[in-house]
Design a protein. Structure first.
Length: 88
């Protein structure tokens, strides 16, 4: 990218990506910030993605498939993939 572009305000897409990343870190409060537990992911989905409607069911199934809510960990890449699947 050019120096002019670097000094400009973030684009809508860049802000959206930044928000997705920030929300991950806001909800990854127990233990390490690099992971979400199933409970943290469930809380994020309920509070921040209430309008995905038809996708909430499949997201909940994926969260349940993570295993023990106290032991399972969802890395950012997996979270990103889930968000992409939900947005389809």
């Amino acid at each position: 990218s050019s120096p002019t572009q670097d000094s400009q305000e973030l684009t809508d897409v860049e802000r959206a990506i930044e928000t997705v990343i920030n929300q991950f870190h806001c909800y990854a409060v127990k233990g390490q910030k690099e992971y979400l537990t199933p409970n943290e992911m469930q809380e994020l989905v309920v509070q921040k993605l209430p309008h995905l409607g038809k996708c909430v069911g499949p997201l909940e199934e994926k969260i349940e498939c993570m295993g023990d809510p106290n032991e399972a960990k969802l890395e950012f890449g997996e979270y990103w993939d889930m968000m992409g699947d939900a947005a389809k």
